[in-house]
Design a protein around this ligand. Structure first.
Ligand code: C2E
Ligand code: CA
Ligand code: CA
Length: 411
């Protein structure tokens, strides 16, 4: 039930707002009729008559420009007030592309409103008002850039512009390779090498993540089979694993599990050598992801919780589903240097992992000091620039061969 303060009464002939004023709210007509008109010089044109249930006055609230028309009660009216906060919060929260479309539509509506007042069109001036603020220009650029990025991504997928790089993951005990993390790269002809941070978000917001994710799984499995080939050539019994990042949206694809299993079978791999890296965010997105994760584990795949502690993590997750590996985010490794508090937190995460019989992988190890501290804390595995940056396949393969050759491979 709306409070009284959110409604206003207007008597017949009363002005609700006047052209040129700053708009601080929009209105919904609860009862009565409202006339909307535009005046320029001495001429006035009625644009429209509105009735019960219709909204008006929203345009200047949305785009911040002055009222482009006047509104008058044609009979006694009760109007529901929609505050500018209520509208602009929703507007700001909307997808940038939707915001762009709304802004473009507003511009068209203003233009056609003006056109209705004969001889009074001054498009340049009204246009200038609409797009005056730099902020809005930026929003427009952002939204257009996202649309372009999306189109380029689609093309990138068709043109096979993606690559996988592989970052070695080592045993903290021996510094020998135990696995690789597959990390996507996009070699875009017009943008150069684009980081996943830039394009994966867009891919996730659109359905593009599904075909891209499928490609990642196929390529990562193909490469793991080649890495395994190197091991068997060297008569080495140990297995290495492949960590593959999976976005929450991929779990919503009904074919996800079938595709994963078929790919693994196609390359004669064992699911237990595949680690699916999922983020906390993905777990929060509902039961579909949780069920898919459960199913993956039942099929023998291992599941790693990526970026642990960086999101809105809740320790109760651990009660809801099982994981095998906890990845200690590089932000903890970084902040350990800043003082004792963060060292205690990092130690607590490492202890928690071992207490729950999960293995732990520390990310972003850049210095020997990082390595020594994390080793002392009991982390099982590590990855970071100290050992190697993510490498193209050929370099990763060579890295593995060299690693196998150098002294004994510890179990
Ligand atoms: P992530 O899964 O947390 O991957 C680790 C990121 O840290 C990688 O960035 C890696 O290059 C970087 N890194 C590794 N060692 C170090 C280090 O010692 N120091 C520093 N400063 N950074 C280090 P990258 O490759 O740019 O990937 C960024 C994120 O993009 C990944 O974060 C992951 O969330 C996402 N991503 C990458 N590939 C895929 C993919 O195939 N699928 C999905 N869904 N997401 C992916
Ligand atoms: Ca990861
Ligand atoms: Ca991570």
């Amino acid at each position: 039930m709306l409070e009284r303060a959110q409604k206003r009464f207007f008597s017949e002939g009363e002005k609700i707002f006047t052209q040129g004023e700053t708009g601080d709210c929009a209105y919904i007509i609860e009862s009565g009729r409202v006339e909307v008109s535009v005046t320029s010089d001495a001429e006035t044109a009625v644009l429209t008559t509105l009735g019960v249930g219709e909204i008006f006055g929203e345009m200047s609230v949305l785009d911040g420009s002055p009222r482009s028309a006047s509104a008058t009660a044609m009979e006694p009216c009760i109007l529901i007030i929609v505050s500018s906060e209520a509208l602009s919060e929703r507007f700001q929260a909307a997808d940038p592309v939707v915001r762009l479309l709304i802004n473009v539509l507003l511009k068209h509506v203003r233009f056609s409103n003006q056109s209705q007042v004969k001889g009074l069109i001054n498009l340049k001036a009204s246009d200038a008002k609409v797009i005056a603020s730099e902020d809005k220009e930026q929003q427009k650029l952002d939204a257009l850039e996202r649309l372009k990025l999306e189109a380029d991504l689609k093309q990138g997928l068709d043109e096979k512009e993606f690559q996988l790089h592989f970052q070695p993951i080592v045993s903290m005990e021996t510094c020998k390779i135990v696995g690789f993390e597959a990390l996507i790269r996009w070699n875009c002809p017009t943008r150069g090498m684009v980081r996943p941070d830039v394009f994966m978000e867009i891919a996730e917001e659109t359905s593009l993540i599904v075909p891209i994710g499928k490609w990642v799984i196929e390529k990562a499995c193909e490469c793991l089979a080649k890495f395994e080939g190197a091991l068997s050539k060297g008569n080495i019994k140990n297995k290495i694993f492949m960590s593959i990042n999976i976005s929450g949206r991929q779990f919503h694809d009904v074919n996800f599990m079938n595709h994963l299993e078929a790919t693994v079978a196609n390359y004669s791999l064992s699911p237990k050598n595949i680690k699916l890296e999922v983020t906390e965010r993905c777990l929060m997105e509902g039961t579909t992801a949780l069920q898919a994760i459960k199913m993956s584990r039942a099929e023998g795949f291992l599941v790693a919780l990526d970026d642990f502690g960086t999101g809105y993590s809740s320790l109760s997750y651990f009660n809801q589903f099982d994981i095998d590996v906890l990845k200690i985010d590089q932000s903890f490794v970084r902040s350990m240097k800043s003082g004792k508090k963060m060292r205690v937190v990092t130690q607590a995460i490492a202890s928690m992992a071992s207490g729950m019989e999960l293995s732990s992988i520390a990310e972003g190890i850049e210095t020997d000091e990082d390595y020594q501290s994390l080793k002392r804390m009991g982390c099982d595995y590590g990855q970071g620039y100290l050992f190697s940056k993510p490498l193209p396949f050929d370099n990763a393969y060579q890295y593995l061969i060299n690693d196998l050759r150098s002294s004994d491979r510890a179990v």
